[in-house]
Design a protein around this ligand. Structure first.
Ligand SMILES: C[S@@+](CC[C@H](N)C(=O)[O-])C[C@H]1O[C@@H](n2cnc3c(N)ncnc32)[C@H](O)[C@@H]1O
Length: 249
């Protein structure tokens, strides 16, 4: 299965009930207010900041590579009486034919791109979709290995009439290639019926130097700020645009 199709089938249902509702919508709202609308969220899924911000009336568009996430997201918006568009595309192939003053990812979705070549393609796509004075917000994460005591231990939750279960079954942690491949089992049990899906969850991370280098190749300037241990926020701007460092000179 292609990594961009990870969140399909029973996965969106189980992801939603197990993820909880903790996310910092204010960070994304402040970013959009600073840089302007319309804003574009890459990897908007079917829950999270995109839907909160749409409900607040912000002028937004979303993109997601999973046809199930796109369908569920569109249904959710329609049920709320909103006509916010969601495009079914991969961010690395993005072709919307227009630019945005604000482009953002909510959480470290950029780390789902499985290698540097795909990340570079996505950065080039971001550059093509940014207004000349626009900015992109890309949260980044450096994962550790999954603790050994969590492997094989299911996490469970109720999903409607079903029991949802998520179990890490194994992991390849490869610091040389900055890639963690976790084998995960998703299970949805409804009465006597059980659906099981085994997936490879790939997280690919970057050193600051590698990320800056990829951004530069894509024609972007990257400003990196550490927000928590192993979590960084990148602000990207077109390389010809004035930055806070050289504005006014
Ligand atoms: C971890 S979920 C986060 C969804 C949402 N932003 C939220 O905060 O709940 C990541 C989303 O990114 C999407 N995604 C993964 N790879 C993608 C890609 N290459 N291009 C576009 N979307 C992608 C997935 O389908 C999924 O919906």
């Amino acid at each position: 299965m292609h990594p961009a199709d990870f969140y399909t089938g029973i996965v969106p249902e189980i992801y939603n009930v197990l993820r909880g509702t903790h996310f910092d919508v204010e960070r994304y709202r402040a970013f959009i207010e600073e840089h302007g609308t319309p804003a574009l969220e890459l990897g908007c899924g079917d829950s999270g900041p995109f839907y909160r911000l749409a409900a607040l009336g912000l002028d937004l568009e979303g993109v997601d590579s999973s046809e199930d996430m796109v369908r569920r997201g569109r249904e959710r918006l329609a049920a709320d009486g909103l006509d916010t568009p969601i495009h079914h595309q991969r961010m690395e192939d993005l072709a919307l034919g227009r630019t945005f003053p604000s482009v953002y990812l909510a959480g470290p979705t950029f780390n789902l791109l499985p290698d540097d070549a795909t990340a570079l393609a996505a950065l080039r796509a971001i550059a093509r979709h940014l207004s000349p004075d626009g900015a992109a917000l890309v949260p980044l994460w450096v994962p550790g290995p999954t603790p050994a005591e969590q492997i094989g231990v299911p996490r469970e939750a109720r999903a409607g009439d079903s029991d949802a279960r998520y179990t890490v079954t194994g992991e390849d942690y490869d610091p040389d290639n900055r890639t963690r491949t976790t084998t995960v089992r998703y299970e949805l049990v409804t009465g006597a019926q059980s659906v099981v899906d085994d997936r490879d969850w790939i997280i690919h991370w970057f050193t600051p130097e590698v990320f800056r280098g990829l951004a530069e190749q894509a024609g972007l300037e990257a400003e990196l700020t550490d927000v928590e241990e192993n979590e960084t926020e990148a602000i990207l701007r077109p390389r010809s645009a004035p930055t806070s460092a050289n504005a006014g000179r």
